[in-house]
Design a protein around this ligand. Structure first.
Ligand code: ZN
Ligand code: ZN
Length: 222
């Protein structure tokens, strides 16, 4: 299998990959730096560790796992990456889900065990996450799907990971614990749709889209 099948975009030695993983076809992202042999994983869903072996170069080391939110379908393999040395990042309000995923067992209805990760770094609204002198992401707190939902915007790569906040043509569910539709819509309007129109949106599930397309075609915002 060719990794190019999963390539979303690239620039200056950095490549962004996205692959569907796990029971709910969660989009897991990888940003690989071919110059230094490091990579970042975004939303390490169940099965994403095995996918990383197919997509990334064999010598590439995954140094960080970023969580758009703490739902079980986005964090299933987080503990594997962490055991191999990756630092785990999330908003503090979703830290309890990541560190105690058993609270979601009733909703998960899956065979696999939900294994906790320790959150090593907390993401705050408006902060810029810098990792290993090559990865930079502007972080925005967008609650409403969960209390601690965040988005990661990589300016030089022209893409944003929105988790289950914004999908192509739709928005995330707000009927789970901690959900709030008004906050969700306000946050998307003010913190995501204000990004450059050509920005590629990689949601937590489903097809990629762009900011321009969502402004024009998403019934919640058009
Ligand atoms: Zn979710
Ligand atoms: Zn999800």
């Amino acid at each position: 299998m060719s990794a190019s099948k999963f390539l979303v975009t690239s620039n200056g030695g950095l490549s962004v990959f996205a692959v569907k993983c796990g029971h709910l076809d969660t989009n897991t992202g990888f940003i690989e730096n071919a110059n230094c042999g490091e990579a970042i994983v975004i939303d390490p869903s169940f099965g994403s560790f095995a996918e990383s072996k197919k997509i990334l170069s064999p010598q590439t080391k995954i140094i960080a796992a970023l969580c758009t939110h703490g739902h079980w379908d986005h964090i299933g393999d987080g503990h594997i990456f962490q055991e191999l040395g990756a630092k785990v990042y999330s908003h503090e309000l979703d830290k309890p889900l990541i560190e105690h995923p058993e609270v979601m067992a009733a909703f998960a209805s899956i065979e696999e065990e939900l294994v906790p990760c320790k959150v090593n770094g907390e993401i705050t609204d408006g902060s810029v996450l810098n990792i290993s002198n090559w990865f930079e992401a502007a972080c925005r707190w967008v609650p409403g799907h969960t209390m601690g939902g965040v988005t990661f915007y990589m300016k030089t790569l022209g893409c944003v990971f929105t988790g289950d906040t914004l999908f192509r043509g739709c928005i995330g569910r707000s009927d789970f614990h901690g959900g709030n539709e008004d906050l969700l819509i306000e946050g998307i309007k003010n913190k995501i749709l204000t990004l450059p129109e050509e920005t590629i949106v990689i949601p937590g599930h489903g097809a990629h889209t762009t900011i321009a397309r969502e402004k024009a075609e998403n019934e919640f915002f058009s």
